[in-house]
Every structure is written in structure tokens, then in C-alpha cells.
Design a protein around this ligand. Structure first.
Ligand SMILES: NC(=O)c1ccc[n+]([C@@H]2O[C@H](COP(=O)([O-])OP(=O)(O)OC[C@H]3O[C@@H](n4cnc5c(N)ncnc54)[C@H](OP(=O)(O)O)[C@@H]3O)[C@@H](O)[C@H]2O)c1
Length: 392
């Protein structure tokens, strides 16, 4: 059996991972569950899957928890608990939201294990550090983000990397596609949370509404498939990664070769497919979780993104071009801004202003090690918070 640690098990990715493992008669058993503070939900999950370990990041949430877990399940508590649980597994699904997922990403790769990565923020914020960890013998990173899973599949089917010219990331466009900047000045939290094609956690749903999610994915694609060291190395830069809006979310991304031939991956918008792909790779799961009905689909539309209404996308390219710790600054500012929007402290339209102020003040320092990344993350959070306080 393959022992799988599901980090962020109570979230959208985590619960769907458990569903894939429970549905597919695969070789997997859930050996660890990791959460921040949702203890009632993790107790229910633990009685269902009987893991070896439950890891809880927030100590204040864990009081009295050990007695509620099944016999034989160990409880680990604190900020390093999930990383420790990850190191004991064979495969780790990182479904933690935000920069908090960095310790799991690094612990898994440094232990030479397979990382099924949904937590894009860790790769984006700490790109150079994660790239070094990927060089650990046995370490393997299989993306769970649907676009990167699609690119992974396209490249695997056509492994002619020297002839690869362009990566095209598709974007649904989010709930505000087609709106002008002036029409977006007073959008509500409820409207921003109403994603047209995907059902996801609140942070990534807001990122999708601002197109920040696509911007983060451009940086993620550059780290995974761009000009980097490691097994996925080849010669593409961030400006060879293009975004196209595709409202039906059927084409999950494409690769284009030197002769103009384009290979795309298509499936229904359902995260259980990329989760199953990352678990089973290089095999495939046998449960389809939905098939495309071509008569029903009718048409597939494509249009360019609107950089004026959605400035976060352009800011992400800017941070991606600067590299080193600039993406860490962008990511931290975005996490602070999204939280402030969800709490009603800033308007949706102000989110890109927060990112711009922080990026403009960033000193261009190198991501020489994890401490350098943590320092920029902390600095950017302070800058973003003080800018937001100054607005009110
Ligand atoms: N949802 C999707 O369809 C989707 C698609 C592509 C990529 N992703 C990426 O996958 C990641 C997870 O997204 P999601 O939508 O599943 O998020 P979510 O539904 O909000 O779930 C987040 C999970 O992370 C845990 N968590 C939160 N803060 C934590 C902390 N400080 N330390 C440890 N664990 C913490 C939560 O535990 P508690 O319940 O205890 O708070 C929860 O289990 C994100 O990076 C997102 O960009 C998601």
C-alpha cells in the first residue's frame, strides 16, 4: 500500500482527495490527515479513514482532541506537525491554502517523496528554494492545479521539449468577465465568491475573480515547466507563457510546438481528475468522474484577458520577470489583501493597489534560502497591512 498524507484534509482539495481514494480501488491508504483548526471535521474524517497520524497546526484548537481520535491514531500539534506527518508518508497531497503550505512542500521534497501539489503559493513564493529541494534523490513534484496537470499531460504525450515554443494557460475569466473597471468599483464579497465553473475554497475563489489566480499560475507554470534546473528543464521563459480566457473551462491548458501545432488537454472542470492523476502517475485512475458530452458542450470560446479591468494579472507577470523574492512579496501582499476584502475592510477594486504598493517597495533581494523568503513574506505582510490601515 502507498501511504498518503492529506495536508489540508478539511478543505476543498483535501475532501476531494479523500473522495478519490475512497472511490478508486487504488493502492492508497490515508496515513495522515492535516488541518489548521477544524477539529470536529478531522475527527469525523479520522474515524472514516483510520490514519496513523492527525496533525493540527493551531495548538489552541487541539485541546482534548487526542481522546476523540480512534485508538492507534497519534496526534501531532503545532506549526511543524504537518511537515512531520508528511515526511512519514510515501505521497503527500498538499492542499493547505496559502504560504502556510511551504513547510509541507519543503519537508516532502527534502524527504525524497512524491508531492502532489495543489498549494501553488509555496512554489510561487519560494521558487528557487523549492527548485533546490526538488533535486533531492527520489523527490518528485506532480502538479494538482488543473492547468498545470493539463500541461504535464500534454508534455508527457509529446515529449519534444526542445521544440516547445509556448504554453497557453486557460482561464475561466471568473464571475466578472466582460465588466469594465468602473463597473467593478462596488462588487460584493458574495458576488466575488460566486465562481461560474469551479467550486473551491474562498481564497482561490477571490483570486479567480481578480485574475490573480491566473497570474500566480503563470509564475507556477514558469517554475514547473520553464527555464529551470531539474527533471522538467527546458528553455521557456515567463513571457512564453500566455493566458487565454476560455469561459467553459473544458480546455485546461495547451502547449504549442515550433511548427505551430498545439496540443490541449480537455475534460470536465472537476478537481478529482487532477488529484487522481497526481496520485496515480505514471498510471491513470480508472474512475472518470464525468465525461464530456460533446453534443451538450456545443462550443468552446476563447478571448484575450482584460489587463485593464484585472491589473493583478499584469502585476504577476512583473513579479515573475523580477524573480527571486519578488513573487514572495506579491503572494504575501495578495494574501493580506484578500483577507481584508473578505473581512469587509477594503473594496475588491483596491486589491491590485495593495499589490502594487508592496511590489514597488520591494528591494529585489535574492531567495538565497528559506529564511530570506520568510523575511520578505513578513515584510510584505507588514507593508500591505499598513497600506490598508492607511486607507481607513
Ligand atoms: N479548491 C480547488 O479547486 C483548487 C484548485 C486548484 C488549486 N487549489 C489550491 O489548493 C490549495 C487549497 O485550496 P482549497 O480551495 O482546498 O482551500 P480551502 O478549502 O480553504 O482549504 C484549506 C485547507 O488548508 C488548511 N489550512 C488553512 N490554514 C492553514 C494553516 N495555517 N496551516 C495548516 N493548514 C491550514 C485548512 O484547515 P482548517 O479547515 O482547519 O482551516 C483546510 O484544510 C490552495 O493553494 C489553492 O490555490 C485549489
Amino acid at each position: 500500500m502507498t501511504n498518503v498524507a492529506v495536508c489540508g484534509s478539511t478543505g476543498s482539495i483535501g475532501t476531494q482527495t479523500l473522495e478519490v481514494i475512497e472511490t478508486e480501488a487504488g493502492p492508497w491508504r490515508v496515513s495522515a490527515l492535516g488541518v489548521n483548526s477544524s477539529v470536529d471535521a478531522v475527527v469525523e474524517q479520522a474515524h472514516r479513514v483510520r490514519p496513523d497520524v492527525v496533525a493540527v497546526a493551531a495548538p489552541e484548537a487541539a485541546a482534548g482532541l487526542a481522546a476523540r481520535l480512534p485508538a492507534g491514531t497519534e496526534l501531532l500539534v503545532g506549526p511543524n506537525a504537518m511537515a512531520e506527518a508528511a515526511q512519514r508518508a510515501d505521497v503527500v497531497v498538499n492542499g493547505v491554502v496559502g504560504f502556510a503550505g511551504l513547510s509541507v512542500t519543503l519537508a516532502t521534497l527534502e524527504a525524497g517523496k512524491r508531492l502532489a501539489l495543489a498549494n501553488k503559493e509555496s512554489l510561487i513564493a519560494a521558487g528557487p528554494v523549492v527548485q533546490r529541494a526538488r533535486l533531492t534523490p527520489g523527490a518528485e513534484l506532480v502538479p494538482v492545479d488543473s492547468e498545470h496537470c493539463a500541461i504535464h499531460q500534454c508534455l508527457r504525450a509529446n515529449n519534444e521539449r526542445a521544440r516547445l515554443d509556448r504554453i497557453v494557460l486557460t482561464a475561466s475569466g471568473g464571475p466578472f468577465r466582460g465588466r469594465s473597471r468602473s463597473e467593478l468599483s462596488e462588487v460584493t464579497v458574495e458576488a466575488a465568491l460566486a465562481h461560474p465553473t469551479w467550486s473551491m475554497g474562498p481564497k482561490i475563489t477571490i483570486d479567480s475573480s481578480t485574475l490573480m489566480n491566473k497570474g500566480l499560475e503563470v509564475i507556477e507554470a514558469n517554475e514547473l515547466f520553464g527555464r529551470v534546473a531539474g527533471p522538467d528543464a527546458h528553455d521557456l521563459g515567463i513571457d512564453d507563457i500566455e493566458v487565454v480566457v476560455h469561459p467553459q473551462s473544458i480546455v485546461h491548458s495547451m502547449v504549442e510546438f515550433s511548427d505551430g501545432a498545439t496540443i490541449a488537454q480537455l475534460s470536465l472542470p472537476d478537481m478529482r481528475l487532477p488529484i487522481g492523476y497526481a496520485l496515480a502517475h505514471p498510471d491513470r485512475i480508472t474512475t472518470p468522474f464525468g465525461r464530456i458530452d460533446w453534443a451538450e458542450t456545443g462550443r468552446l470560446d476563447f478571448e484575450p484577458p482584460d489587463y485593464e479591468s484585472f491589473p493583478c494579472l499584469g502585476l504577476a507577470y512583473e513579479a515573475g520577470r523580477a524573480g527571486e523574492t519578488a513573487p514572495a512579496a506579491l503572494n504575501a501582499a495578495n494574501e493580506v489583501a484578500v483577507e481584508a476584502f473578505l473581512d469587509g475592510r477594503i473594496r475588491w477594486i483596491v486589491i491590485p493597489d495593495v499589490l502594487k504598493v508592496v511590489l514597488d517597495g520591494h528591494d529585489g533581494s535574492r531567495a538565497s534560502d528559506v529564511d530570506a523568503v520568510l523575511a520578505v513574506d513578513a515584510w510584505a505582510r507588514r507593508e500591505a497591512s499598513s497600506f490598508i490601515e492607511g486607507l481607513n
